[in-house]
Design a protein around this ligand. Structure first.
Ligand code: NI
Length: 210
């Protein structure tokens, strides 16, 4: 047998094997990279660290609620309709969950009206029996509120004064579900059916056992 032929007989299967391995490896690597890219951009889009003040006057960050999923709504206590409605939707959904499930979710209201929503105002508002048990009310400086709102892609602005000194706030009305690391999971419109919200929360808790 001439030497080049012999070389081909040995080399060809080896080359095929190397090719197959390379393809398998590069495919696998590709998928991993793509998954990582999606997760990274998801984290970058919604949420992030915050420093605010709760209704007891304590300074809090998202670390304060580590270990619990956060159900966050941005609004303000002087809101005549949409905010109280949204908080009642949250309450109705949470009421459908059992004690263990309920204990793993921290409902939070973050005000977009730092001027009027003082610690005292937040304290009396979140105590309403119509709202979720254990609802936390967070306020802060104008800048702290602007920072957290920006992180959550919430838009808000003071509407025209009616002359009486009272004013309304125009604001996004969205309920955010964040996992126990503060990573974004899902959003709901404030018009969501409480049963749908409850079942989504239960699915999430099942997929992420404590
Ligand atoms: Ni409102």
């Amino acid at each position: 047998m001439p030497r080049p032929m012999l070389w081909l007989l040995i080399a060809a299967p080896t080359l095929v094997l190397i090719l197959v391995f390379t393809l398998l490896l590069s495919n696998g690597g590709d998928t991993r990279e793509r998954r990582a890219a999606v997760r990274t951009s998801g984290e970058a889009q919604i949420g992030g660290p915050f420093t605010l003040v709760d209704q007891t006057g304590a300074t809090v960050t998202q670390e304060t609620y580590a270990g619990k999923a956060m159900l966050i709504y941005f609004g303000y206590t002087y809101c005549p309709d949409v905010c109280p409605f949204s908080l009642q939707v949250m309450a109705a959904a949470l009421d459908q969950m059992d004690t263990d499930e309920r204990a793993r979710i921290q409902p939070i209201l973050i005000t977009v009206d730092s001027e009027r929503d003082t610690v005292e105002q937040m304290a009396s508002y979140v105590a309403s029996p119509a709202f979720p048990d254990g609802l936390v009310g967070l306020t802060g400086t104008e800048e702290q509120i602007a920072t957290v709102a920006r992180a959550y892609r919430v838009v808000y602005q003071r509407a025209e004064d009616d002359g009486s000194g009272d004013y309304l706030m125009d604001h996004s009305s969205i309920i955010y579900l964040m996992d126990d690391d503060g990573t974004f999971v899902d959003v709901f419109t404030s018009g969501v059916d409480p049963r749908d919200l409850a079942s989504r929360l239960q699915d999430f808790l099942e997929e992420n056992p404590g």
